[in-house]
Each structure stands twice: as C-alpha cells, then as structure tokens.
Design a protein around this ligand. Structure first.
Ligand SMILES: CC(C)(COP(=O)(O)OP(=O)(O)OC[C@H]1O[C@@H](n2cnc3c(N)ncnc32)[C@H](O)[C@@H]1OP(=O)(O)O)[C@@H](O)C(=O)NCCC(=O)NCCS
Length: 189
C-alpha cells in the first residue's frame, strides 16, 4: 500500500475533481469498462480493451498522473497525463450522462495545471478529426491544434497556457480548492 491520499483539486457543481492514487486503479478500470465502443475509440484512437493493463501502466510510470471527477462514490470522468517527467500527453473522457456540463474542459485544464505544478514543461494531445468537442477543448486550453491526417495534434508550453486554463475552469463554473490555487501560484517559473 502506498501512503497516497486522494486529493481534491477543484469542484464543478456537485462534482468533486480529485487527483487519483495508485489504489484508485480500480476506478480507472471501472470507468473505461462503462464506456461504449464509440467513446473508447475516440479516447484511445483505436480499438482498445486492456483496461487493467492500461491502469497498471498509468500508475507505474514515475511521472504519470490521473484526475477523476466523482459524484458521490462514482467516477464519472477521467483525465490522464502520461509523462516522461519533462513533457506529457493528455487524454480525457466523460460518461455519456454527465457530458456537456464542462467536465472535460475543467479536467483538461487541470491536467495542464497539474503538469505545471509538477515541473513538466510541455503538454501535447491527439484528437480524432471528427471529435468536435475534444478539438474545441484543445483549442480552449491553448494546445495549438493542427490537422495531421485523421487526427489533430496539439502542443504547448504549460507555463504559457496556465492562465488560459485557469480562465477555462472559471468560465465553466469550476472552482479550484484554495490550497491548489496557492500551489499553482507559488510555482517558480
Ligand atoms: C469529448 C468529451 C470528453 C467531451 O466531454 P464534455 O464533458 O461533454 O465536454 P464539455 O462539456 O467540457 O464541452 C466542451 C465543448 O464541446 C462542446 N460539446 C460537447 N459535446 C458536444 C457535442 N456532442 N456536440 C457539439 N458540441 C459539443 C461544448 O458545448 C463545449 O463547447 P464550449 O466550451 O464552446 O461551450 C466527451 O464527449 C467524451 O467523453 N467523448 C469520448 C472520449 C473522447 O472523445 N475523449 C477525447 C480524446 S482526448
């Protein structure tokens, strides 16, 4: 057992948005198992079913991290940052019945802010060319998306898009926990 404790980073209405611990791998598996094939295809940009292996890889990487949105004890959205400690790649998904409430925007912005807090310098993302909502989010958080065949690829220095991310969270009605706001404000550039 690690000594990790799940920390609340932000709230959006009744949703509590939290930084996951390795012990939360079961939520990752449960979350992906609940998504339909179409959503999984957009999330993984291909057919993907090994959720347990995915959760193991996520939590075994030294600089990887994951952010979940909870309603009570249920995980309803998940964002992940896969990182080599210097750069990271983000991805996110939301359960169908919780979509269009700003959750993915808030999670994407938090994934970037969390990279900033951890000293990760750049963030990138790949989104399917038909995925209007994901592309819209990528643009909003400043990822400078460009079309590369079937996918859009975006990249940004996290320090340069920090304020955009804070604004995106505010615009969707989200609020950061005071300790987290302070942690972000005290990062040395
Ligand atoms: C893409 C996805 C994460 C969006 O989640 P969400 O919580 O509904 O997104 P948000 O509520 O933050 O909406 C983001 C923007 O997209 C728009 N949007 C969301 N769903 C939309 C839809 N079905 N049609 C048109 N616009 C849509 C919203 O209006 C919003 O635009 P705005 O900021 O200009 O108001 C969700 O549809 C999903 O889980 N899809 C499957 C997995 C996936 O595609 N992941 C992305 C790969 S990284």
């Amino acid at each position: 057992m690690s000594s990790c404790r799940r920390e609340r980073l932000a709230a959006l209405g009744s949703y509590s948005i939290e930084l996951l611990c390795p012990e939360d791998a079961k939520y990752v598996v449960e979350f992906y198992s609940s998504l339909d094939a179409f959503s999984l295809y957009y999330r993984f940009l291909g057919i993907f079913k090994d959720f347990e292996g995915h959760a193991r890889r996520l939590f075994s990487g030294q600089c990887n991290y994951a952010i979940g949105a909870f309603l009570g004890n249920d995980i309803v959205a998940l964002g992940e940052g896969f990182s080599d400690c210097r750069s990271a790649e983000l991805a996110f998904a939301v359960k169908e019945e919780h979509r269009r409430r700003g959750l993915a925007t808030v999670i994407a912005a938090l994934l970037i802010l969390e990279a900033y807090r951890r000293g990760i310098k750049t963030m990138e993302a790949y989104m399917h060319g038909d995925n209007y909502a994901a592309i819209r989010i990528g643009e909003k958080v400043g990822l400078n998306l460009e079309c590369e065949g079937d996918v859009y690829h975006g990249k940004a220095e996290v320090a340069k898009v920090r304020d955009r991310c804070l604004n995106a969270i505010r615009e969707k009605g989200g609020s950061l926990e005071p300790w987290y706001l302070e942690a972000i404000a005290s990062v040395k550039p």
